[in-house]
Ligand binder design. Structure first.
Ligand code: IMP
Length: 428
């Protein structure tokens, strides 16, 4: 099979969870490399629906090793809740889950800071998930973070906590007029978390490299999407990690020479949740129709997602930044019944047309999409399992994406269920 990175090519929520779940059949290891419980991967198997936030969706399969890498930030209570939820429905969560010693911990004060900072931003707020993701990564970069391994060493942990709380509590009281954090309470809580999680904490860099050497097939599971990447997204309206393919290397501790392919997941249209630029956004009843048909509400926060036409400028950027070797088109069935479909092929900025995604927010804000019209289809694609059964216009739509991006399409998803999947070309 080989080692494959799965990345989101848009603003997240492309349906990576379903595709990772589907490809896990052929994988030995599934490794999550960045983000935290801001992500929400929905997987539907028969009548059951699972929403996973931190644990790779590989956990739903027997005998697959799931790794949470050093690039992930972990809220221990959220992780424990997720583990318990899986145990409750009879799934195995034991030696099949390992968490990096170097993954950073999201502490309760990170969540408080996230919410205070957002509230202070007023109209300019990012629209974060309020999970403490940004402040946890800030502490990591500021070298003030607490790592999962620190939980195993209570003295080290307490010392770090003490040193951090001095500054945090000053910020809480002086800047935000908010309650302070009490050291003993936090310490005791974290020691409870340690009791539950210590068996999972391990050297995931060593484990994954041993598995690579052994010739195992590894799926690297990204969260969010390319346009939410801290370096390559619509900064500052982004998340605080590298959601792009490069993040898989640093976020797991593997070298780029180990990767065989990079598969980009793209919705047949575009969505984003939270603030920030979105040139092909539809603020009308068509956007509303896509939202309702596509069930476009956040898996983590339940917020309505902003919806718009497929944007080829965004996708060209993603192909480039991630070095995509293949594409997966998801939610094609949501476009069933549209008479006409528009596709954004460029951005009109003054008298010029931009073909590449601009870096300046000011330019993005004043761009209007250049739209090209395509014929829709009235037939159902929902549940279609082979390419030849797709309506002619759906084939043309998918073919157009492949041709314009010059990247082969490997999979088309035609519904939420595992089986609603068309394999166009073998991924491995
Ligand atoms: P944060 O990751 O909570 O800091 O939020 C930063 C931005 O990323 C906000 O616009 C969020 O809505 C967005 N975001 C974070 N995680 C996801 C996700 O899994 N899907 C879509 N958007 C996300």
């Amino acid at each position: 099979m080989g080692n494959v990175i799965i990345v989101g090519t848009q603003w997240g929520d492309e349906g990576k969870g379903k595709i990772v779940d589907y490809l896990t059949e052929k994988a030995d290891v599934v490794a999550r490399y960045q983000g935290g419980h801001n992500a929400g991967h929905t997987v539907v198997i028969g009548k059951e629906q699972f929403i996973l936030h931190l644990i790779p969706s590989g956990i739903l399969h027997k005998d697959k090793l799931c790794l949470i890498g050093n690039g992930v930030v972990i809220a221990p209570d959220a992780l424990i809740e997720e583990i318990d939820g899986l145990l409750d429905i009879g799934l195995e969560v034991g030696d099949n889950l390992k968490i990096s010693k170097n993954a950073h911990v999201i502490m309760p004060y990170h969540i408080a800071l996230d919410n205070q900072k957002e509230a202070a931003k007023g109209k300019k707020k990012i629209g974060t998930t309020g999970r403490g993701i940004g402040p946890a990564y800030v502490d990591k970069m500021a070298r003030a973070g607490i790592k999962m391994v620190d939980l195993l060493w209570p003295d080290v942990f307490r010392e770090k906590l003490e040193s951090n709380l001095g500054e945090i509590n000053t910020i809480m009281t002086k800047l935000y007029n908010a309650p302070v954090f009490e050291i003993n309470e936090l310490f005791d809580k974290c020691m409870e978390y340690k009791e539950r999680l210590s068996d999972f904490i391990d050297d995931t860099d060593i484990i994954i490299n041993d598995r690579l050497k052994r010739g195992d097939n590894i799926l690297f599971e990204g969260a969010q999407g390319t346009l939410l990447d801290i370096d390559h997204g619509t900064y500052p309206y982004v998340t605080s990690s590298n959601a792009t393919a490069g993040g898989a290397m640093t976020g797991m501790g593997v070298g780029p020479t180990m990767i065989d392919s990079v598969l980009g997941i793209a919705k047949a249209y575009t969505t984003r949740v939270g603030g920030g630029p979105f040139p092909s956004e539809l603020n009308d009843e068509t956007g509303e129709k896509i939202r309702e048909k596509g069930g476009e509400y956040g898996a983590t926060t339940g917020r309505p997602r902003r919806c718009g036409w497929l944007d080829l400028v965004v996708l060209r950027h993603s192909v480039r930044i991630n070095g995509l070797t293949g594409l997966v088109i998801t939610k094609l069935d949501v476009l069933d019944g549209f008479d006409k479909l528009m596709v954004c092929t460029g951005y009109k900025y003054g008298d010029t047309v931009l073909n590449d995604f601009p870096k300046e927010l000011s330019i993005l804000d004043s761009c209007t999409p250049v739209l090209e019209e395509f014929n829709g289809w009235s037939e159902k694609t929902k549940g279609v399992k082979s390419f030849k059964e797709l309506p002619e216009n759906a084939k043309l739509y998918v073919g157009m994406i492949e041709e314009r991006l010059d990247v082969p399409i490997h999979i088309i998803s035609t519904g939420q269920d595992r089986d609603d999947t068309i394999i166009v070309k073998d991924v491995f």
